[in-house]
Write a protein that binds this ligand. Structure first.
Ligand code: GDP
Length: 337
């Protein structure tokens, strides 16, 4: 539902109840899915309750997809790549959902700036569902909703969920914690390919794909591929023994896309054979529980009446060097209890 006019129209329709939403989702109705995601994104207490009920009902119908995270700097070609991969999968009879995790993501960019609709051909496919992230939300907020949106998309029968993120703040770590396969998109640069890479990103990556390997750029892309391959060998093997692979592609010319999909399938096949696939998802859910609890506690702490009253006094004491942060934290926690 990339077209802002479409979403305006949807919002004018009478609000369906949970039963109707569930029915719609299970029938793969994209309007119902959109409304359900909007419900999940709502911060209103009443909506939250409905959202939780709906999610619980969708749970038995979820889990049956391949969840792929795609990250890379703006301009690297994420939209173009997602469109190429999405169309490729649809040609194979798959249903593809695309979710964005950053408020600044390229899916949004198109509609906000009104320049051109991103993923023009994918958006027209009956078997594709594209959902920009709720603009204006904090990153953590967006991520939280995305994890729940995945579940809804799966209940609606989507086989592959592509989650797009731009490498800002924690977004990569968050996406990594909700996908089966994490793909880093790069372009060949100056030759020193590893420079400027964020720390920790290599450890999360299952494949590095060097995009824009076309025209004059083919040779550079091949060189970059070699350099990354050499560098990846310096890292210890991952828990699942997978050695991250490096591939090149041209998203715009549709070259190398099939090989990337085959690599993902190989990864999933191995993961299912060794049970890593399932245990990883279970671990992700456990980590997610911890994440939600800490978020919720922090929220309640920051909005507690006593804390709101006393925190400024303690900040002032810290400013005047009258108290250590440790004691201040301990005393504030007493108010919270
Ligand atoms: P995003 O910001 O990462 O989503 O990047 P886009 O998909 O919007 O692409 C940024 C620019 O790179 C656009 O002008 C695309 O047409 C171009 N581009 C994307 N993929 C390729 C490719 O494989 N080869 C070439 N030459 N250009 C590409």
């Amino acid at each position: 539902m990339i077209n802002p006019n479409t979403s305006k129209k949807i919002n004018k329709l009478p609000k369906p109840n949970n039963k109707q939403l569930l029915e719609g989702i299970l029938n793969s109705d994209r309007t119902a899915l959109s409304r359900a995601i909007t419900l999940v994104e709502s911060e209103l207490k009443k909506d939250r309750k409905n959202a939780n009920q709906l999610l619980q009902k969708c749970l038995p119908h979820s889990g049956n997809s391949i969840r792929i995270g795609i990250t890379g700097i703006p301009g690297v070609g994420k939209s173009t790549f997602i469109e190429a991969l999405g169309n490729h999968l649809i040609d194979f009879g798959k249903k593809v959902a695309v979710l964005a995790i950053d408020p600044s993501s390229s899916i949004n960019k198109g509609s906000i700036l009104g320049d051109k609709t991103r993923m023009e051909s994918l958006v027209k496919q009956n078997n594709a569902y594209i959902r920009p992230s709720a603009a204006g939300n904090s990153l953590g907020g967006v991520a939280k909703k995305t994890k729940e949106s995945i579940l809804l998309c799966e209940a609606a029968g989507y086989d592959v969920i592509l989650i797009e993120t731009v490498g800002i703040g924690q977004s990569e770590t968050l996406v990594h914690s909700m996908v089966d396969f994490f793909l880093l998109l790069k372009i060949a640069g100056s030759g020193d390919e590893l420079q400027g890479m964020k720390r920790g990103i290599i450890e999360m990556t299952d494949a590095i794909v060097i995009n824009k390997a076309d025209g004059d750029n083919v040779k550079n892309a091949q060189l970059a591929k070699k350099e990354f391959q050499k560098a990846l060998h310096l890292y210890p093997p991952k828990e699942n023994q997978w050695i991250p692979k490096v591939l090149t592609c041209s998203a715009i010319q549709n070259l190398g896309i099939e090989a990337i999909w085959e690599l993902i399938l190989e990864f999933i096949y191995l993961g299912k054979k060794t049970n890593y696939f399932n245990s990883n998802r279970i671990n992700q859910n456990k980590e997610w529980l911890n994440y939600l609890i800490s978020n919720q506690l922090l929220y309640e702490f920051e909005n507690n009446e006593q804390i709101l009253k006393n925190l400024p006094l303690y900040l002032e004491k810290i400013q005047n060097n009258e108290i250590t942060p440790f004691i201040a934290a301990e005393e504030l926690m007493q108010f919270f209890k």
